[in-house]
Design a protein around this ligand. Structure first.
Ligand code: CAA
Length: 293
């Protein structure tokens, strides 16, 4: 049964092929999840062959790693690898039933992606965006059929975090919503249906935490003190570690969109933009373990 608020699972469409736009870190993580759990062909695309090849190679390397750790058999590894492919030609999405994007967090870029995707896919194909905090309604405003668009928002690391926010716009139809709930369940995730409001639910709360931590630094407390002070709160990571995990550019973007939507409640952080340009907060050893600032 679907959770309260979701339409009947009987309305869900069958997914036989998935298209993923973007071959970056987030997109590669959920390409792996889709291929493992849905067991259907997954095609990923990006703006050039180099990015596509890098994305596909990264997913294949993750599959090899799972095999090396004994989590999957050699046969399973080969099966999964055979289901993954890359393309720079959107026409390869023509028979996809589910297309999800994780490209740069800019409204115009995402609109362009979906405008192009809509030209090649069938009218039945569901379109999902992994946006962290842009308006899904605004993304869909360029579509001929905005009723088949919704937000499908994963959390980092995708393989581990159990939640997906399914973002329901005023236009999203019941078949689309129902399919998203079934897909989330098949992926092994707990799905919640959220309104299309800035930051949905989780990022609204995280933006507060991360923004306040940056603001404490910007108003005079050293980084290491804020980091040490927030470590014992029972959170799995300090706010600064979490900012690095989600990506400093993504974090800065999330803060900006919250500040734009609720200027009286959220800070902009110039410091976080500078850190995003610098590329890191912590020094790390070869294994990625943090050494300090
Ligand atoms: N990819 C895949 N698997 C990973 C992983 C990664 N990047 N990082 C950790 N794991 C797996 C490990 O392999 C391990 O799995 P097994 O138990 O099967 O071996 C498991 O996760 C636990 O890992 P560790 O023991 O090494 O480390 P941990 O217990 O400290 O957990 C963590 C790591 C799960 C990342 C934890 O620190 C955590 O939950 N951090 C907070 C993450 C969070 O809040 N994410 C949301 C960010 S917001 C966002 O993403 C949305 C947005 O729009 C900005």
């Amino acid at each position: 049964k679907h959770p309260a608020g979701a339409p009947s699972p009987d309305l869900a469409r069958k997914i036989t092929k998935v298209g993923i736009v973007g071959a970056g870190l987030m997109a590669s993580q959920f390409a792996l999840l889709f291929v493992r759990k849905l067991r259907v062909p997954v095609v990923i695309t990006d703006i050039d062959q180099e990015r596509v090849d890098k994305g596909v190679a990264g997913i294949r390397a993750s599959i090899d790693e799972m095999q090396e750790k004994g989590r999957i058999s050699r046969d399973e590894s080969n099966r999964l690898k055979a289901l993954i492919s890359g393309t720079t030609d959107l026409a390869d999405f023509a028979d996809a039933d589910w297309v999800i994007e994780a490209v740069f967090e800019e409204l115009g870029v995402k609109q362009e992606v979906f405008r192009n995707v809509e030209q090649v896919v069938s009218a039945e194909c569901i379109l999902a965006t992994n946006t962290s905090s842009l308006s899904v309604t605004a993304i869909g405003s360029v579509l001929e059929n905005p009723q088949r668009l919704l937000g499908f928002h994963f959390f980092n690391p995708v393989a581990v975090m159990p939640l997906v926010e399914v973002v329901n716009t005023a236009a999203t139809d019941d078949e689309t919503l129902s399919t998203a709930m079934v897909v989330a369940k098949t992926l092994g995730k707990n799905a919640v249906i959220t309104a299309d409001a800035p930051g949905f639910v989780v990022n609204r709360i995280l933006a507060k935490l991360l923004g306040e931590a940056m603001h404490a630094v910007e108003t005079g407390t050293p980084f290491e003190v804020v980091d040490r002070a927030t470590a014992p709160f029972g959170l799995p990571m300090t706010p600064f570690e979490l900012l690095e995990l989600v990506g400093l550019k993504v974090g800065a973007h999330v803060l900006d969109t919250h500040h734009a939507a609720f200027p009286e409640r959220f800070f902009e952080s110039e410091g976080l933009h500078r850190l995003a340009d610098y590329g890191k907060i912590f020094d790390r050893d070869a294994k990625g373990k943090r050494k300090g600032f």
